[in-house]
Design a protein around this ligand. Structure first.
Ligand code: MN
Ligand code: MN
Length: 466
């Protein structure tokens, strides 16, 4: 073994230079990380929508001994409760040994992902083909959604209050759906448009059928045949679409990427790649000192508005309600509380280096990204984490041997974005963004590193166990 030079020793001591996470792990831990990701891949395949994720995690939580929160009950250290908000957002909570006066530790991620929602009156026929009209949800690059296999997920509520769950296109043998695109032979006009305009939002129509009802000649016979099939399968009529939430998502399964299987390709890493590790960390923490509050929320991708998004009062009210069980005021608990806003960040892509400042970019495999502030241009719309709190989080991660790095979402003036951090910060809570770096973020098939997924789990757990 060669001795380190004085310069090398000094560099190690003085420079910030995050390593590949594998240098921080022994072989056993790398195997553990790979194993952890098998559970994550199942989660990705089973939970493609916020409703599916909320239902799946609620069932897991019940198995772990979580019971529905009762504002009139009293709780002891180690008690586990959950609060399900309209089947789309969920709070898990484990009471700590410390009084709530000393605050709670919150990890907040989201379980909605960019997708195509069906319009309220979606079904039509044109040229003896039946289609669904869609309205895209979240920031998508529309051209990425044509000519790929799609599946249909959601719920249809009938007028009498009964409802039916839909999940079609995932199981082997299920039919799937597709948005058609022009052939290159005839796309001269389309191909000369800017990428953003090449595919119009109004053209993201889902092909759903092509055979007419019976042999009767008439108009809309293909649509009639589809409606008849839907009536037989789901017991619905066309008006029931109005009271439905049907979401079109990529039908791909999560797969290992690369000869070394070091990465995972999947739909919906943003933000299940933070939601799953946060839930697993919450479950792993049995008797925390501080009460833990793990939130998997809805509507982040559209700005967190609405009563299942984090701009609404549901988290604030939950904290007020648990405070009341100890004779405390919600605002006193919030003031003493800390949060990790758990969301993905852009991973540096060597094919597109120009959008990043390499010194402040996040790299896949270098662990979780601690993002001091988000926003765009002059930090517009940002929650900028306080230096004191950044120091504390660094210390927690270093002490817990969690691989972490700093990262900004791209160059100044290049664009920008935000997460739920500012809505939690607005409650008076200390908060910083922490999450997994992603390649091809918001694409139908995003890529993450397995070691980073595992580091998210380790990091959230270290935070909740402080
Ligand atoms: Mn996100
Ligand atoms: Mn997103």
């Amino acid at each position: 073994m060669s001795e380190k030079t004085q310069a090398e020793i000094l560099k190690e001591e003085l420079f910030y230079a995050p390593d590949h996470a594998s240098y921080l792990c022994d072989e056993a831990e790398i195997a553990q990380a790979d194993d952890f990701c098998e559970g994550y891949k199942d989660f990705l395949d089973t939970c493609k929508t916020e409703r599916e994720a909320a239902a799946y995690v609620t069932a897991l939580a019940r198995n772990e001994g979580y019971v529905p929160f009762d504002a009139k009950a009293s709780y002891m250290a180690g008690d586990k409760v959950y609060y399900l908000n309209r089947s789309k957002a969920l709070i898990l909570c484990t009471f700590g040994t410390e009084s709530l006066e000393n605050g709670v530790k919150i990890v907040a991620s989201h379980i909605d992902s960019p997708r195509l929602d069906l319009k309220p009156n979606p079904l039509y026929e044109d040229s003896e083909l039946a289609f669904f009209k869609t309205h895209y949800y979240g920031g998508i690059k529309k051209y990425q959604w044509t000519a790929i296999p799609l599946s249909l997920h959601g719920v249809i509520c009938r007028r009498d209050g009964s409802s039916v769950t839909v999940n079609l296109g995932e199981d082997e043998g299920d039919p799937q759906f597709v948005v058609t695109d022009l052939l290159p032979h005839l796309d001269r006009k389309q191909a000369s448009k800017p990428l953003e305009e090449a595919i119009a939002g109004e053209n993201l129509n889902i092909l759903v059928g092509s055979r007419p009802f019976g042999t009767d000649k008439g108009s809309e016979m293909v649509k009639l045949n589809i409606m008849k099939l839907l009536n037989e399968k789901y017991g619905i009529t066309e008006a029931d679409f109005l009271s439905a939430e049907l979401e079109i998502v990529p039908a791909f399964k999560a797969r290992d990427i690369g000869f070394d299987r070091s990465m995972i390709g999947s739909y919906g890493h943003d933000d299940r790649v933070c939601a799953y590790p946060s839930v697993m960390a919450e479950f792993a923490v049995k008797n925390p000192k501080y009460t833990t509050v793990t939130v998997i929320t809805d509507k982040e991708e559209t700005g967190s508005d609405g009563n299942t998004g984090l701009q609404s009062a549901y988290l604030k009210h939950f904290i007020a309600d648990i405070a009341k069980t100890q004779g405390l005021c919600g605002r006193d608990v919030l003031r003493a509380s800390e949060c990790l806003s758990a969301d993905v960040n852009a991973g540096f892509d060597p094919t597109y280096p120009s959008v990043h400042d390499k010194l402040n970019a996040a790299f896949i495999n270098k662990g979780i990204v601690v993002t001091k502030y988000t926003g765009s241009r002059g930090k517009g719309g940002t929650s900028d984490a306080n230096a004191e709190y950044m120091a504390k989080i660094r210390n927690i991660f270093d002490s817990g041997k969690v691989a972490w790095q700093t990262g900004e979402l791209g160059k100044v003036d290049e664009g920008g974005g935000g997460t739920v951090a500012k809505y939690v910060a607005n409650l008076g809570v200390e908060v910083v963004d922490v999450g997994v770096p992603v390649l091809s973020m918001h694409a139908p098939f995003e890529v993450v590193s397995k070691l980073d997924v595992y580091m998210a789990y380790k990091g959230f757990r270290a935070f909740l166990e402080q």
